[in-house]
Design a protein around this ligand. Sequence first.
Ligand SMILES: Nc1ncnc2c1ncn2[C@@H]1O[C@H](COP(=O)(O)OP(=O)(O)OP(=O)(O)O)[C@@H](O)[C@H]1O
Ligand code: NI
Length: 312
Amino acid sequence: MKLRVDGLSVRFHLPGAEVHAVTDARFELREGRCLALVGESGCGKSVMAHALLGLLPGNATVTGHAWLDQDDALDPASEPAGGSLDLVAAPEKVLARQVRGRLVGLIPQSPAAHLTPVRTARAQLAETLRELGRTETPDLLARRAGLRPEDLDRYPHQLSGGMAQRVANALALAGDPPLIVADEPTTGLDRPLVDATMAELRRLCDEGRAVLVITHDLRAAERVADEIAVMYASRIVELSQAGPFFSGPLHPYARGLLDALPSRRFVPVPGRPPELTRLPDGCAFLPRCPLATAACEDQPLMNGKRVACHHA
Ligand SMILES: Nc1ncnc2c1ncn2[C@@H]1O[C@H](COP(=O)(O)OP(=O)(O)OP(=O)(O)O)[C@@H](O)[C@H]1O
Ligand code: NI
């Protein structure tokens, strides 16, 4: 299994404005690997994830491709067997019946908010298993996710943050999908739970799944990721192996993000990102960039390199 995102763009149409939420994203992610997508709030991370699952609202236009190559999927019986499926072009029927939960599992941004308040965790797991045509019991699924059977008798408001996270993980894994997308899986969790969640994602990866984790917690990303994609104002501006990235980020924005960490210089990137309704023709980071020159009025592109910057 391999995900190949190729020229993916998302625009939202609003009265009198167009939001450039994702622009020309390109990356690959294969089984056994974890890619962390990092960047400030509002840069387009969740929109990218939702585009892969066909979960965007009606005012969105998605262009480009997101190929899911399934030649060696975890479960060879999964439909459609073999071949490639373009998640962007796939009709909703295919996404609903074959993709969501079966090929791509989503661990949503706030797990508790995605659980139905009036039903126990067990009832929700049972329903998801039934929909996916799986024969495992909710208890087995829960045990794999680190929950005790008695936890499943609880309603969402009776679950701690960590337990709600585990229920969300169990739901995302119910259909044994080869690709997991985790959108800010550690929001609101304390440090030990962040570390436990990251260790769990790493385990899913080491079992042979592909994991795309979205986070603005670089320390968490460092613990789990093989590769890092840095997003700024709708574009991926650096795409690198994790080791070289953390020892020497190339994009001035990526350097700024790392310098902002308490364990490093603890100096935030000055200024604010631009509005996605009014992006400049050139480099969107120009007004905040210590390296900017007149050359930056031309949009820097990755063109197969690690970084989109005229000066890095
Ligand atoms: N339905 C929509 N209509 C219009 N604009 C939208 C819609 N959904 C998202 N956006 C805009 O798309 C941009 C990207 O949002 P997104 O949720 O992907 O950010 P993010 O990087 O995930 O941020 P965060 O870290 O805060 O979750 C934002 O400017 C947001 O306002
Ligand atoms: Ni988000």
